[in-house]
Design a protein around this ligand. Structure first.
Ligand SMILES: [Zn+2]
Length: 317
């Protein structure tokens, strides 16, 4: 298409909207399949350290590795840092999973993994709120009654020890001045239509490509169809700046239209959002307090039974 031309530009906008729609549909379908597997307690993705990772006995407990996992949890609760644990394992010559040496990052991941306590971990879509808090609880999948889904594998850590570790992780983060929910900045993508635009000749997704113009020495960015060895036909190239600008224009036109419709209800919406945010914060605090009481075994002090606990957790979820 020639994006200088008005009708071609209109066509490009429409095609991008369609492409975005269909890639969203695919993402939703894949997410739904993963969710249903997770709800059935089927282990997904790579099997964690502590269980057989490949072959006939996949998913069975590896006693030596399980002992080490227990040791990590216990050492952490006795006040050691993830860094100190990793360092000691390296000194002792213990071999880590799929790497040469242990790192504090690995230990931290293991301390957060709900699978060790037999609970299903799920990081996909179909989640509400949870991911705001960066500890293992945000990975746990709950059913409609507020009970964690349990996996089909043999747990290594008791849910109570695991919960205590999550509180200890939070406590140490706060002590170090790291606030909840403030993750690293999102990666910058220079070619935001890579894989969304398609080659009109062979239908392969176009990819970003930069080269230096010989005459001017300026860097030019294109979307190109990759060569045949990479599954394309190499027959299409389109200027990234013009294309990106056309899409941006279309998106802002779309958003302006949305905003116009929303403008009328704006003030009442702002109030409603403030009120809802306050309620979410309050409920998160109550949930955190409840889980802490359960994990430290002081539930009875407030006159609550385990049944009450799950009922309340369900309500809060
Ligand atoms: Zn092509």
């Amino acid at each position: 298409m020639n994006l200088i031309n008005d009708s071609d530009r209109h066509m490009a906008r429409m095609m991008c909207v369609m492409a975005l729609k269909s890639s969203e549909d695919t993402a939703r379908r894949v997410a739904r399949q993963h969710l249903s597997a997770a709800q059935n307690g089927i282990a997904q993705g790579r099997i964690a350290y502590g269980w057989v990772r490949k072959g006939e006995h996949k998913g069975q407990l590896v006693p030596d590795e399980a002992d080490l996992v227990v040791r990590i949890y216990q050492d952490f609760m006795s006040g050691e840092s993830a860094y100190a644990i990793a360092k000691r394992f390296n000194v002792e010559g213990i071999k880590p999973p799929e790497a040469r040496t242990w790192s504090s990052n690995m230990i931290n991941k293991m301390l957060r993994n709900p699978r060790y306590a037999g609970m299903v971990a799920y990081g996909g879509r179909h989640r509400v709120g949870g991911t705001r808090v960066d500890d293992g609880w945000s990975l746990v999948l709950f059913d409609d009654d507020g009970r964690p889904y349990l996996g089909s594998w043999e747990p290594i850590i008791t849910p109570k020890l695991w919960s205590q570790v999550q509180f200890e992780l939070q406590r140490r983060r706060q002590e170090a001045g790291i606030h909840l929910g403030k993750a690293r900045p999102a990666p910058v993508r220079k070619y935001f239509l890579s894989g969304i635009l398609r080659c009109s000749k062979c239908d392969r997704g176009l990819v970003g490509h930069a080269y230096k113009q010989r005459k001017t020495g300026k860097v030019v960015r294109d979307y190109i169809c990759p060569p045949t060895v990479q599954g394309g036909c190499g027959g299409t190239a389109i200027a990234a700046s013009t294309t990106d600008a056309a899409i941006e224009e279309a998106i802002s036109a779309f958003l302006r239209k949305q905003l116009r419709t929303a403008a009328d209800n704006q003030e009442s919406a702002a109030d409603a959002i403030t009120a809802l945010q306050a309620r979410v914060d309050q409920d998160l605090a109550r949930k955190s307090d409840l889980i802490q009481r359960w994990s430290s075994g002081t539930l009875h002090e407030t006159g609550l039974s385990e049944e009450d606990y799950f009922a309340m957790l369900s309500g809060l979820n």
